[in-house]
Design a protein around this ligand. Sequence first.
Ligand code: AMP
Length: 246
Amino acid sequence: MRLHYCSLAALLLPLVVASATDFDYFYHVQQWPGSYCDTKFGCCYPGGGKPPADFTLHGLWPNYAACRTTYGDVQLVDDGGVAGELEKKKKKCWPEFCGKDDPLSPVQISDLIGDMQQSWATLSCKNNENFAFWTHEWDKHGSCSNFDQHTYFQLALQYQARFNLTAILADAGIVPSNETTYYLSSIRDAIAEATGSAPNLECNRDASGETQLYQVYQCVDLTGTVPVNCTLPKTGCTDKVKFPAV
Ligand code: AMP
């Protein structure tokens, strides 16, 4: 009997291992609604009105520490070529769309939906449906997280609640304003000091072309709970940026 269970485990183990997605850390990405809404494209808040003046969730994104080049299913060590077959090479900087048969189900996340409507609302005017935004985040990123649907959304919400970025910045004297500009380094330092990990900051431009803080990327370990250091991609920020009112 014992042998029987061992053989079964030996058969199943490779399947379990093969189905786990390999990546290095998560980006926990939050967005400043003032900077989403004041571009030339504007924004739409579900149900009308203005979004609250708080950072809002964009997603929890599995990420590679360094981009990877693959040829078919084979991962290439360097970016060197296979002559004439270059078009079959793919460079990927994160895994995406990992789950084919696991569409987001409202039943799986029913107890989280109230919090998600508050903290993870869509601002897109093209598709102003929260569930469509959450489905996109689950399909593209969550399906590669190695978490089930409930765990994925719950961990993202819990991390957001644990480090309240709006309050962290306010404590450092960085408050939304349509006049003041802030040193990018002061924003990064305030978050690094409060969380123990330096974030990556992404900027965009308002309708008049001024650079402003748009998204904060915090790096989190594979359990989705521990802040970690990570490499920083390009951000589009200048030394001083706006942090506009919502
Ligand atoms: P992702 O595909 O998760 O990397 O995020 C990029 C996509 O999310 C783009 O299509 C954006 O237009 C969309 N997006 C970014 N922020 C929001 C938001 N607050 N609400 C709805 N869609 C968004």
